[in-house]
Design a protein around this ligand. Structure first.
Ligand SMILES: [Mn+2]
Length: 270
């Protein structure tokens, strides 16, 4: 359980699945601008910013090189970090090849597994479990096998020795083959009977509830559809949606405040 003290008047913001770079440079640049506007809007009261994975549609850190692009977004994060905002970055299945670049540059904390947090407000403690959500629960064996290859140190070492122009092109070609399924993921209706993250969350909740751990919410991304689903009387499963679906219709923001949780659709400025 990681404990975070939240100063009076401040709050915690969580978003997921921005997939910067997807599906092309022009659309991604527009989304990047909207995200930067949002970051400047929250800067007055954010203490901790959680990015729950798939920030980038593809990210790979070579020993001396990182992918081109996203300078404005990374710059906006740097500016928040310089003001004392803590950045919490979960790796997603699209950007799991993060190493220590954001740690070194932004002081970000990188998470590779679902993690429990306790947010300590002046008169209240809120416990929340957060993660990206890929590879959780039953099924999806094809992806689980692929993830074993992706996280394999030898496979990463070999990929890292490809010239970046070739490696990044291969990665984009791979992402391109999955473009339709990425876009469609958010359009598939949420089915509580088959949702693999919900299945894993229910297992976790059963244990937490039995041990009276007081976990208020289980927050994930990855599925690209927004969900707020009660689990029993006092806990909720949230999924934060995504930022690339048309008109930001799936872009949800979870705020953790001294008054509790606030889960709301992002409202772009017209
Ligand atoms: Mn995603």
């Amino acid at each position: 359980m990681k404990q975070l003290i939240i100063p009076a008047g401040k709050q915690v913001y969580c978003i997921s699945d921005m997939h910067l770079g997807f599906p092309d440079a022009k659309t991604s640049r527009e989304r990047e601008r909207v995200l930067i506007d949002w970051l400047s809007h929250i800067q007055e009261d954010v203490s901790d910013l959680f990015l729950l994975g798939d920030i980038f549609d593809f990210w790979f850190e070579y020993k001396q090189v990182v992918p081109k692009g996203f300078v404005r977004f990374i710059g906006a994060l740097a500016s928040l970090a310089d003001q004392g905002v803590r950045l919490h970055v979960f790796v997603g299945n699209h950007d799991l090849w993060m190493k220590d670049y954001f740690e070194q540059e932004l002081g970000a904390i990188i998470y590779r597994e679902a993690t429990d947090f306790e947010f300590q407000f002046s008169d209240k403690h809120i416990r929340i479990c957060m993660g990206h959500g890929d590879g959780m629960g039953p099924g999806d064996y094809g992806y689980k096998l692929l993830k074993k290859v992706f996280v394999n140190p030898i496979a990463q070492f070999l990929f890292g020795w490809l010239h970046p122009d070739l490696g990044v092109r291969l990665a984009h070609a791979w992402s391109g083959t999955r473009k339709t399924s990425t876009i469609k993921a958010g359009e598939v209706p949420f089915d509580p009977e088959t949702d693999f993250i919900l299945s894993a969350v229910r297992d976790r909740y059963a244990i937490d509830h039995q041990l009276d751990r007081g976990v208020l919410a289980y927050v994930f991304g990855h599925r690209h559809h927004p969900i707020a689903m009660p689990l029993g009387d006092c806990a909720t499963y949230y999924n934060l949606g995504d930022w690339f679906s048309p008109a930001y219709k799936h872009a949800y923001v979870l705020k953790i405040t001294e008054n509790g949780l606030d889960f709301a659709l992002f409202q772009p400025k017209s």
